[in-house]
Write a protein that binds this ligand. Structure first.
Ligand code: S3P
Length: 170
């Protein structure tokens, strides 16, 4: 298989797991949000504020099309990438898709002190996390495999993914 694609909600560990995974496999690590920020020259929060979420989603879809042509990459994706069916289809064709799964409470603990996620800059972030997760789980569950990151034992999560990935190559 060409790539490993990490999907999952904000704060599910995609960046931290993705970096170690790429390191272990000798793959390159890329993050869709980082590419968007570099292309537009603004932070994700500023893009949401100035241009709106719809614009952000368009750029995100264009990036998905480009990235799916790559190989030898670990691709970490923004939490809402799965909302577009074409994105999911494209990502599934480009490699092993892995859903990093976490409970609303774990996610809340991880994101509560951060401010760079515009969708969670609300009065009651836990309520919003629960609502969005509820809406999105059916899309995340289309991934090839899912791994729970509530304990976030990064080493174990990475080993698990590598095992499945290598089995798929035989
Ligand atoms: C989003 C998740 C963010 C980022 C944007 C929207 C979402 O990425 O793409 O703020 O809709 O869940 P992370 O999942 O990397 O935080």
């Amino acid at each position: 298989m060409k790539n490993i694609v990490l999907i999952g909600f904000m704060g599910s560990g995609k960046t931290v797991v993705g970096r170690l995974l790429a390191d272990r496999l000798g793959y390159k690590f890329i993050d869709t949000d980082k590419i968007i920020e570099e292309r537009i020259g603004k932070t994700i929060s500023d893009i949401f504020n100035d241009e709106g979420e719809h614009y952000f989603r368009e750029i995100e879809s264009n990036i998905v099309k480009e990235l799916s042509e790559l190989s030898g990459h670990v691709i970490s994706t923004g939490g809402g990438i799965v909302l577009n069916q074409d994105n999911l289809t494209c990502l599934k064709k480009s490699g092993l898709t892995v859903w990093l799964k976490a409970s609303p409470e774990s996610i809340h603990k991880r994101v509560v002190s951060e401010s760079h996620r515009p969708l969670l800059n609300v009065k009651d972030p836990l309520k919003k996390i629960k609502r969005l997760l509820n809406l999105r789980e059916k899309f995340y569950s289309k991934a090839d495999i899912s791994i729970n990151t509530d304990d976030l034992d990064i080493e174990k999560v990475v080993e698990n993914i590598i095992d499945v990935y290598h089995k798929g190559e035989n």
